[in-house]
Write a protein that binds this ligand. Sequence first.
Ligand code: ZN
Ligand code: ZN
Ligand code: ZN
Length: 384
Amino acid sequence: MTEPNLGGSTALGPTAFTADDYAHRMARATAAATSAGLDGVVVTPGPDLVWLTGYTPTAVTERLTMLVLAPGTEPALLVPALERGDAATAVAPPPSTCGPGATGRTRTRWPPACSGGGRRFGVSDSTWAMHVLGLQEAVPDLRLAALTRCLPMLRAVKDDAELDRLARAGAAADAAYEEIVGAPFAGRKESEVAADLDALLRRFGHEQVDFTLVASGPDGADPHHEAGERVIEHGDVVVLDFGGLLSGYGSDTTRTVVVGEPTEEVREVHEVVRRAQQAGVEAVRPGATCQDVDRAARTVIADAGYGEKFIHRTGHGIGVTTHEPPYMVEGEEQPLVPGMCFSVEPGIYLQGRFGVRIEDIVAVGPDGLGRRLNNTDRALRVVG
Ligand code: ZN
Ligand code: ZN
Ligand code: ZN
């Protein structure tokens, strides 16, 4: 990578990734596959294909689209005949067609260099079962393994241009939060506040909103409660968890607010979560592993007597999707590496009453320390 401005950004926004960037990623993926003992990877439409080529077909259908990467051969992008024109303008490897569309035609197009001898390829997690089965039928000695099982860290380490996009997404999510806390909560449905959050994320630059959870009162005790018809009342604790994609990269933030003055218990629970989240971020240091982040946050909550009430892992990676490896969870011994980017989001969930969660996206810096990409106040915010 010699171009000085490669994948950089301007005042107007990030410059587009270039064919060189994608070629570099495809080479990285091929090398990673080799070191994982694979003969290559098969990538179908979804986040892996976006990351490797920038290509999103207009429709994902029963017609197979696949990128085949293997050492010693050029990347091969096979597309349905009717997508060939679009693909040729959208993507770096010159596409060739799979035939008129049937998966069975894969036989004739599977790169000859990739055949024979019981080869083992990683395949995108989201590949339709009919295509996996069709491939196995067409190339009988081909063995396939789920890509996140064999190459979980393929997209985990972000380069500077990716980190720049993630930081922009985080800043936009922060701006959305600062606006939403100025809006009235009491007397409105969760779904109405969620719609406002969606509009704010878009206003601050997101092209896609993946989720706007608004969980008030007892709904907050369910970590994945989305937003329903419940009318938010005075005294409610409200968990706001929202994110999506900006310039193709994700945001994912959680703050917990209270409608009117909080009780002593709400203050205490919130403070425990705030300290746990801080401990999780501070656990990001050279030599630390993913599970160390989980342990650091969990210890604070357990020591405060709420260990049973923290019912999920501490975090997940983020990049071209809002949930991906690495996972900050007990048993994940993957070392943290500069360029990794993930959430730190401990919570306490009191059944039938309320929940508290605080989430920031954290990037591992060149010094191995964590740098938050969300910087709005984590204190318990009183809203109207
Ligand atoms: Zn989640
Ligand atoms: Zn979240
Ligand atoms: Zn998250």
